[in-house]
Design a protein around this ligand. Sequence first.
Ligand code: SF4
Length: 64
Amino acid sequence: MKVRVDDSLCHGHQACAVAAPKVFGADDYGNAVVLIEGDLPADLEAGTRRAQGNCPEHAIIIDE
Ligand code: SF4
């Protein structure tokens, strides 16, 4: 499973970083960045799905 953020939708709430702090960080503008390149470790998948569900802008895209 891979995850990415659509920069054009992200508004920098950082709800994603609260739900999955090992997966999401912030750039200089406060918008989300994905901290892990490539496939996510299995133990981070649940938090990443929670982050996707909590993102108010629907900016988190999961590729199975
Ligand atoms: S919760 Fe969504 S909109 Fe907010 S910073 Fe994270 S990806 Fe961006």
